[in-house]
Design a protein. Structure first.
Length: 337
């Protein structure tokens, strides 16, 4: 079956002004009062597509902008510039009311199920609320049927519908969060580190559940993770972000076997892999720079063993390769990596 374009991100930028009040911005420097603004440049010029039915994972260290990107895609943050298209329709500039039909089709699963579930609402109240909101004419028996159906789909006994979040384990709570996302019949789910807060023994169960639900319901996922080893088996393609920029995007097999960008190579070299040949551990020197004061040129140049003068001054462009993969690196473009 030929897949169709579901989501398109075009040059998405998201910055946060954390300068505070005008008074807080005024600094005394060199005998003069100057105004200093502090802008967190969380996401910078990110573009890629997600096709229907696929899983695209976005990975990178904490602070790389992946969760901000996820929330911007979901409309929880308005982008400063750039465009977000869903099924061919631009959605980043829609009013709340015009965005409503997309809200049902685009759902999010958060990292901490305990924080994302209301402790005062039973499972059935949690699941009924979005169903009623998005289906105004629905009858009580239809609501009850749909609640029971999504509970079964995520492996939680519908007989437990009157229980509250604290009566469940972490894994069960995440299943209920997934049920809440499924309750309104989405096409697309953004899962923001959905297993990071769970015990290791439970993580595989939740990943398997997400994959089963994808098969059964034809879902498309954007999966956010800091851990490349987690996403290998669930992703069709993987996007790697560093300091708000997209470094590389490739099919999972290609990315893990032949990473191109030096940052991807360094991330992968830190994962112990059985039988992997030719990978030596690459230790990155230095700290991740502040997103308030981004380095000039390639944002990775201060830690990259291949950096040259061009890297320090010129921002690398995303190069689309014949395989459909993207890489933004002067060294790769110049053929020296
Ligand atoms: Fe390294 Fe230069 Fe490539 Fe950036 S552009 S990753 S500094 S080689």
């Amino acid at each position: 079956m030929e897949s169709t374009l579901l989501l398109r991100l075009k040059n998405v930028v998201k910055h946060f002004d954390i300068s505070g009040s005008l008074l807080e911005q005024l600094k005394f420097e060199g005998g003069k009062i100057i105004r200093k603004q502090a802008i967190v440049q969380a996401v910078n010029d990110v573009s890629f597509d997600i096709m229907g039915g696929e899983t695209v994972s976005v990975v990178g260290e904490s602070g790389c902008g992946k969760s901000t990107l996820a929330r911007t895609v979901m409309g929880l943050y308005a982008p400063n510039s750039g465009e977000i298209h869903y099924k061919g329709k631009r959605i980043d500039n829609l009013s709340r009311s015009k965005m409503l039909p997309y809200r049902a089709k685009m759902q999010m699963v958060f990292q901490d199920p305990y924080a994302s579930l209301n402790p005062r609402m039973s499972v059935s109240q949690t699941l009924e609320e979005p169903i009623r909101f998005h289906n105004p004419g629905i009858t009580p028996s239809e609501v009850a049927d749909r609640v029971a159906h999504v509970m079964e789909q995520v492996g939680v006994d519908p007989a437990w519908r009157t229980r509250y979040p604290h009566e469940f384990s972490g894994g069960q709570r995440q299943r209920i969060s997934i049920a809440r996302a499924l309750a309104v019949g989405p096409d697309f789910i953004v899962a923001d580190e959905p297993i990071a807060a769970l015990d290791v023994s439970i993580q595989a169960q939740i990943l398997n559940l997400l994959m089963e639900l994808q098969d059964k319901n034809g879902l498309t996922y954007m999966f956010i993770s800091h851990d490349l080893s987690v996403v290998e088996h669930i992703s069709n393609r993987v996007a790697v972000m560093y300091l708000g920029s997209l470094c590389e995007l490739a099919e999972t097999g290609n990315l893990y076997e032949q990473p191109r960008h030096p940052y991807t190579k360094a991330l992968l070299s830190a994962i112990p892999r059985l039988g992997a040949k030719g990978f030596r551990h690459i230790k990155l020197e230095g700290d991740v720079p502040s997103p308030i004061n981004l380095p000039t040129g390639c944002v990775f140049h201060g830690r990259c063993p291949y950096a040259n003068e061009r890297c320090r001054t010129e921002i690398p462009k995303q190069h689309l390769r014949a395989s459909g993969s993207l890489v933004a690196c002067h060294g790769v473009e110049e053929g020296r990596i």
